[in-house]
Design a protein around this ligand. Structure first.
Ligand SMILES: [Zn+2]
Length: 237
């Protein structure tokens, strides 16, 4: 193993420690709570917006119905006035008209009360969603405070790892480093793994699979090869 390679392995060791630390922050209860609160808040927000939109529709139906009822009531009054001033034998037709108007008013009023019930239900949905939204905002802020505390506590360690990585990076051959970055960008840690030698039968310690004949001879020849299964770099000391 040349010095360059040993430096890369040292880099990898610190990089993994840093990754574990960052992962632990991401998987912390505080961060999970933040994500949960954010999701719940968005649901509540959508409900608020949806019910506002629906309310506009209900209001317009309500207004239409109300004006229809007013109109019919006026017509009814006109008819009643006529009825008072005509002779009894002319009334037969009017009585039917009045009955029809009255029936229409009853039907419209029934519809109006249904709309009212809908509006009340909508208001309740809106208020509940609003309350939930506010609750989730508080929940989020409290989780965020906890999370910030965790990050703050981890910060010195994170900085130390990052500083060390920066120091090591220029000491590593560019090509080798690019290879390392390519593998870790697929979230494969460790990227460089030592071969497992089971009495001359080699296995990749990254994915656990046995090496092909081609990989085996390459490894014996160059001391390094790329796992055909997981694409990690396998080395042999
Ligand atoms: Zn492998």
């Amino acid at each position: 193993m040349d010095k360059n390679f040993e430096t890369l392995l040292k880099y990898q060791e610190i990089d993994i420690k840093l990754k574990r630390l960052l992962d632990s922050l991401e998987k912390s209860d505080a961060n999970k709570k933040m994500e949960q609160a954010r999701a719940e808040f968005n649901i509540a927000k959508k409900t608020v917006l949806d019910s506002e939109k629906e309310a506009e529709g209900v209001i317009s139906v309500y207004e239409t119905l109300s004006s229809q009822i007013t109109e019919l009531n006026e017509k009814n009054k006109e008819l009643e006035l006529i009825v008072e001033n005509v002779d009894a034998d002319e009334l037969v037709g009017f009585a039917d008209q009045i009955e029809t108007v009255k029936d229409n008013v009853v039907a419209l009023e029934k519809r109006l009360s249904e709309i009212k019930a809908m509006a009340e239900k909508l208001i309740k949905t809106f208020q509940d969603a609003n309350t939930m939204g506010l609750k989730m905002k508080d929940y989020f802020n409290s989780a965020k405070a906890d999370y910030s505390e965790l990050v703050k506590n981890a910060e010195p360690e994170i900085s130390a790892y990052k500083k060390k990585l920066k120091e090591l990076e220029p000491e590593i051959n560019e090509e080798l480093f690019a290879k390392y970055k390519a593998i870790t960008s697929d979230n494969k840690y460790p990227a460089f793994v030592e071969v497992y030698d089971g009495d001359g039968v080699y296995s990749c310690t990254g994915c656990g699979l046995q090496l092909s004949q081609k990989n085996t001879s390459e490894l014996n020849e160059k001391g390094i090869c790329t796992c055909e299964t997981c694409r990690r770099t396998i080395f042999k000391r």
